[in-house]
Design a protein around this ligand. Structure first.
Ligand code: BMA
Length: 873
């Protein structure tokens, strides 16, 4: 890209300047006054008399619940009983004062960051506008309506009304996704294969009053134009509004250091996008987790009329951003099928997860929950999170956290698993505004690594039989797909307006998992395991170039089942347990894998929960190890799914209550920079080491074949130089050599990477591997020996676990639902000691009494005993 002329002021009227929607960053510039309008709201069903207190931001379901009008929507089978809520019209209102001083300002506006969804907004009984898009922010000019005392009233109509209106306008009346595609509202609210149907409504984001006079800057976006060896060439794109002609000074500074200043003269009124270019010498770059520090800058953009000083005479917007160059190899190289993110010229193996909305009622999600989860992802050595297209564009603080943790964000546009009536939805350019609005809100965040047009729309169109199911004629099909392509181009143009080179992917995945190109080109959602019922070993042969989805369900914690009101003794005869599994054949699928691949039928629901979590752990281990071994051919591993939106059995690794499934704990090892992996072939075992760091490592690799009773039958130690960013098979052991001394059913392979320093030796990575099917293993029945330890009086409670025999997949539980353990679901090797910290409000005595250990040893022994009994009978 040519270096642009610096200090150049480029002016152009924006083709995209939204007519009725702009995003105003906080804090406000000083020519502006902002008053939050999030208090004193009340609501009622339209046509009824009594009002009840409401929370803003909020939703009608949570308001009804708080006022005791409905039971907890997530409890028991309440979901089925609460579907009436979406059929009613709900009215929200508040009053506010507007002081004389504010009323003197030339511009007075109401800003709504988000209204969900079909809403008439009235001020003092004048209709200001009708909202039709949950993802759009709305600004209303209220100068001529505002008084000293005001009443703001919002009437939310049922989503079905807008759906029917749009259906009437659309030439195509039926889409594979159902009714949801006719409204711009978070699609998962209509129900998904992990989430309930709660088509809610409400003021889901903040509302404020903004007053200003003369001029202001707003809607500010920073992007990198070009990164040379020692200079970053940046661009800031913003809206300048002014009705005071004259000469203005614009400036960008960082920490009192001026990076740019320029004069700009305008006559008359203006409402236009401007761009300034500036450079940063020796920039501190933003790096993702594992590759370096995610350096951030805080830029201040200022506009000031020439010759006028004073605090009311400037407009200023502060923006936190970072300097990074991000590319996608499929764009740059084009033809080799690769799909590699390249950050500041360094190819990155993407490690992470798919993210769904954290609740069906988004405004109630505590900020701390999101922050904690993202911090956990960082601690699990992840560097990427995919914000999936059937949910919602996330909150500002989500992206702020990702910025500061070095988590790259793969950002889908909010379209999923269907075709859409794009043209109908784009009345008054609404759809284009939606994309532009969200783009401008997020584009300055260095975490954003990719914009993707949708989730699985194209895959569904070509591979899921939609055209037949929907009985589309050839003309219908052509028109629908052409409209899809037309809008993909529009979206791309909107998203690449300030940065034409920014990675954009039309649809994820590139190819469906049933096609062979899926494994040679672009990203793949690999669902052969789970949807395709293939064994976990299929992960090893289907790594592709970038696996952007793969996963296996695991039941939530037993405590979470209890909290959702399940009668666990009834198992699947319990209607709550049934309702809280949204995959049509979810429980059958889990059962098939249990019986077919593990040979186990659990005897209690607690054992069922345990085994399902072990299987999820094993599935993800097989997948992630294979994907990383295949680096650099495969350059990404994003599992499905990190979180839950309600208490349920799903693919999440952390359930709605925040409890971690066993798979969660293993991720730290699986996504660590250094990973050991055993690849088991019919006649040998290959030992691989992956080094994702940017430096060479020289540890000792130690491998042992150990009997379940602890006798070492084979041992190998060798120092290796592990090149930076490499994946290699370092050696191969013939199975025969192992089985001569100990049969497959009686032993476990263990491996360690050991670094020997001057003063201490540390273990950099570990792995264990059994070489027979679960039911073939002669695992001794035993429990770990548990010793309570406290290093400091009143310090954290901890236990050490040891065992004279190999214990597989040890899960620790206790009766207290609030107690957590620092590690779980791990294997215990004979002779080794495992220290687990316990976070609890209970006493040592209480914990001691209720601590339980679940092991595969016991499950397999029980199953074998039962089989024996059945034979004897
Ligand atoms: C994926 C997703 C979701 C779905 C998940 C599990 O392909 O994109 O649509 O929830 O599969 O079935």
């Amino acid at each position: 890209m040519p270096v642009r002329v610096l200090f150049l002021l480029i002016l152009f009227a924006s083709a995209y300047a939204p007519a009725f929607a702009t995003y105003v960053p906080a804090p406000p510039p000083s020519t502006e006054y902002t008053v939050g309008l999030n208090t004193a709201w009340q609501f009622r069903e339209l046509g009824t008399t009594a009002f009840f207190p409401a929370e803003v931001p909020g939703t009608v379901h949570t308001d009804l619940f708080r006022n005791g009008k409905i039971p907890d929507p997530y409890f028991g089978t309440n979901e089925s009983k609460l579907q009436w809520v979406e059929t009613k019209t709900w009215e929200y209102s508040t009053t506010f004062e507007c002081s004389k001083k504010l009323r003197k300002e030339k511009h007075i506006e109401l800003e709504f960051d988000g209204l969900d969804t079909y809403a008439d907004v009235y001020l003092n009984d004048s209709l200001l506008f009708t909202a039709e898009d949950m993802f759009l922010s709305y600004t209303a000019d209220i100068k001529k309506f505002v008084k000293a005392n005001n009443r703001l009233r919002i009437v939310f109509h049922p989503a079905s009304e807008l759906i029917e209106q749009n259906r009437a306008l659309s030439p195509v009346k039926k889409y594979p996704g159902g009714d949801r595609v006719f409204i711009r509202k978070a699609q998962y609210q209509f129900g998904w294969d992990w989430g309930p149907r709660f088509v809610t409504c409400g003021i889901w984001k903040p509302v404020r009053l903004v007053a200003w006079s003369d001029f202001r800057v707003t809607d500010v976006v920073y992007t990198l134009d070009y990164l040379s060896k020692d200079t970053a060439y940046m661009k800031v794109d913003f809206m300048f509004q002014s009705d005071r002609p004259g000469i203005y000074n614009f400036g960008v500074r960082e920490n009192l250091v001026s990076l740019f200043s320029s004069k700009y003269k305008h006559a008359g009124k203006t409402n236009e996008h401007l761009q300034l270019e500036f450079k940063i010498p020796k920039p501190r770059l933003w790096w993702c987790n594992g590759l370096g520090t995610p350096e951030m800058y805080e830029f201040v953009l200022t506009a000031r009329p020439q010759g006028r000083r004073g605090k009311d005479n400037y407009s200023r917007v502060k923006t936190k951003t970072g300097v990074r160059k991000i590319e996608l190899s499929s764009d740059r190289i084009g033809n080799d099928g690769s799909f590699t993110f390249i950050l500041n010229d360094v190819p990155v193996f993407a490690k992470g997860a798919n993210w769904i909305p954290s609740d069906n009622f988004l405004p109630r999600v505590p900020r701390e929950k999101i922050v904690r989860q993202l911090k956990d992802m960082h601690e699990l050595n992840m560097n990427m999170v995919r914000v999936w297209g059937g949910g919602a564009y996330e909150s500002d603080y989500f992206y702020e956290q990702c910025d500061s943790l070095g988590l790259m964000v793969w950002q889908d546009l909010m379209f999923a698993c269907s075709m859409y009536p794009y043209k109908t939805l784009d009345r008054n350019n609404m759809l284009t505004h939606e994309i532009n609005d969200n783009y401008r809100r997020l584009a300055s965040h260095p975490c954003i690594a990719l914009w993707c047009g949708d989730n699985e729309n194209r895959e569904g169109w070509f591979n899921w039989g939609w055209q037949k199911q929907m009985e589309y004629s050839v003309q219908d099909s052509t028109a629908i797909y052409n409209e899809y392509l037309e809008y993909q181009l529009k979206f791309m143009a909107t998203l690449n307006r300030t940065d034409p080179f920014f990675p954009y992917l039309m649809s994820s995945p590139h190819n469906g998992w049933g096609r062979k190109e899926a494994y040679t080109r672009g990203d793949v959602h690999y669902w052969g395991v789970w949807w395709g019922m293939e064994p976990f070993s299929s992960y090893e042969t289907h790594t592709g170039r970038f696996v952007s989805e793969f996963g296996f369900q695991g039941a939530p914690s037993f405590h979470t089942f209890k909290e959702m009101g399940a009668e666990t003794s009834k198992w699947f005869a319990d209607s709550t347990i049934q309702l809280h599994q949204k995959h049509p054949t979810g429980y059958q699928t889990i059962e098939t894998y249990m019986k077919r691949d593990y040979g186990i039928t659990p005897n209690s629901f607690e054992d069922y929960v345990y085994l399902s979590q072990v299987m999820q752990r094993d599935a993800m281990t097989t997948a992630i190890e294979a994907q990383r071994r295949n680096m650099p051919r495969c350059m990404g591993s994003l599992f499905w799914q990190y979180n839950d939106c309600w208490p349920a059995t799903s693919w999440s690794v952390q359930d709605y209550s925040g409890r971690k499934k066993l798979a969660w704990y293993n991720l730290k090892r699986l996504y660590s920079d250094l990973m050991i992996s055993f690849e088991v072939t019919p006649d040998s075992v290959l030992v691989w080491v992956v080094n994702n760091s940017l430096t060479e490592k020289s540890p000792i690799l130690n491998v042992n074949w150990v009997s379940f009773q602890g006798a070492t039958k084979y041992s190998y130690s060798h120092p290796y130089a592990l090149p930076a960013h490499s994946s290699h098979c370092y050696f191969r052991i013939a199975k025969k050599q192992l089985f001569d001394s100990l049969s497959a059913e009686n032993g476990v392979l263990t491996a360690k990477l050991i670094s020997i320093g001057f003063s201490r030796t540390s273990v950099l990575a570990t792995a264990t591997q059994v070489l027979a099917q679960p039911m073939q293993l002669n695992l001794p029945e035993a429990e770990p020996k548990c010793t309570f330890v406290r290093y400091i009086k009143e310090g954290p409670m901890a236990i050490t676990l040891t065992s004279p025999v190999y214990l597989r997949a040890v899960m620790i539980t206790c009766d207290d639902p609030g107690t957590t353990f620092s590690d779980n679901g791990f294997d215990i090797l004979p002779g080794e000691s495992y220290l687990i910290e316990i976070t609890t409000t209970k006493t040592e005595k209480e914990i001691k009494e209720s601590l339980r250990f679940h092991t595969m040893n016991r499950l397999i022994t029980d199953e074998k005993a039962e089989e024996k009994n059945e034979l004897e009978d």
